[in-house]
Ligand binder design. Sequence first.
Ligand code: 0RQ
Length: 502
Amino acid sequence: QASRVLNATLRNKIMSADEAAALIPSGVNVGMSGFTGSGYPKLVPAALARHINKHNQAGEKFRIGVWTGASTAPELDGALASVDGVEMRLPYQSDPTCRRRINAGEMEYIDIHLSHVAQFVWFGFLGKLDIAVVEVAGIREDGSLIPCSSIGNNKTWLDQADKIILEVNSWQNPELEGMHDIYYGTQLPPNRMPIPIVRPGDRIGEQYFRCDPDKVIAVVETHSPDRNTPFTPPDNDSRRIAGHVIEFLEHEVKKGRLPANLLPLQSGVGNIANAVMAGLNDSKFEHLTAYTEVLQDGMLDLIKSGKLDFASATAFSLSPDALANLNANMRQYRDKILLRPQEISNHPEVIRRLGIISMNGMIEADIYGNVNSTHIMGSAIMNGIGGSGDFARNAYLSMFVTPSQAKGGAISCIVPMVSHVDHTEHDVQVLVTEQGLADLRGLSPKQRAKVVIENCAHPDFRPALREYYERALHSGNGRQTPHILDEALSWHSRYQKTGSMR
Ligand code: 0RQ
């Protein structure tokens, strides 16, 4: 296989992953590529983990800060967390070993809105970015870089890091070239200008990353696939949730509040989101568009069936089957997909301007519409807020979806008060469970409570929720958002004591 490193200066810097990893000292902050299981470096993090392990075994404390686009894969987050090599991790992660370390108090984790990460680095809010480790699909003769299956924060990492390690992955489809739009117009306040995107497909940037060859300290050649887990086929609950969402969208079109082809869609990660996409594929909607962060299987299917005209994202997040299909048919997709930096895919200005229909998963919601997307029983992290906050606050329509119960019915996902708040009542317009949909627009907290309990809670939990609400209303406390503070979190503490909220 011919080398994809066409630049002569950078060819001289090709070395093994172990040699490259040895150039990363303890105590540095490393910006790694990777977003929801795609485009993460495949070899250097694992080599670094071996290197760290050796030092830690020798009694030295070797740890680094790991900054990424979003979640990565076992080869990165898993490898580094398993050797206790991460001092600070940011932003979104979903790795089981990372999660365990974070919840055991062995690793610091900052859960930041995905659109904030790049600008926080430019502002200097997060400290110095020392090294970038970025996977690319190739290096061109002029030294510019061909991006791969995710963009994430790579532009910022390449611009801001003192030193750069490149992984050139020949597994990445060469036809990805040209499917990227890297915006170099972002200035810092007070000199910022409007971002000129008025349609999801608008190109405003360049196809390649700029890269200062003098900063590159290593180039590692790899041939290794993006690894993602298959989706479980939509179950009954996800299909019912999808049904409610689609019925609601049809109703909004009838009412004249949405155009016939809707507005650009954003959909979060997970099986329910995928089921909604599958539902749209069976619906009568046509000429749909997407302005989203991740492109999952369901969206690819919508493109294939001709229902989705264009999708803008920052990363693919595909099952092995869908990935194989994409790679085999890239020509069919390449004019309909654009990958952008996550500060642009998730930019509040663009989300507000385009009028996005946003759909994200949640852990629990309370009767007033506050949403917890991230924490189990108030204290333990699941994944992170990801881009859900970027979209929820700025969307045209902001929806959150979940089954009404978790853990075999021991937990109600509709509770008196959420145990952690990611999205406040002000950012949440629609809640959906398999039971039904609560349209909270234009409702006061007291009006919301009734709709949330009656439409979304599981029937087994409705009487207790009604009873809590009625007593709170007449408790003598304020009647704007009635609560009984001693009881508001009692459902959670009951679960912790007895293993059930019932
Ligand atoms: O845990 O597997 O141990 O049983 O939470 O729940 O039902 O499998 O749902 O995979 O769709 O994830 C909110 C986590 C939902 C996800 C969340 C337990 C449940 C299970 C997962 P087990 P499910 P999903 C785009 C936008 C935030 C980021 C975001 C998420 C596990 O959607 O991370 O939206 N969102 N980003 O048993 C206790 C409850 C529970 C509960 C579920 N009420 N109490 N446990 N679980 N509800 C992507 C990016 O931005 C990158």
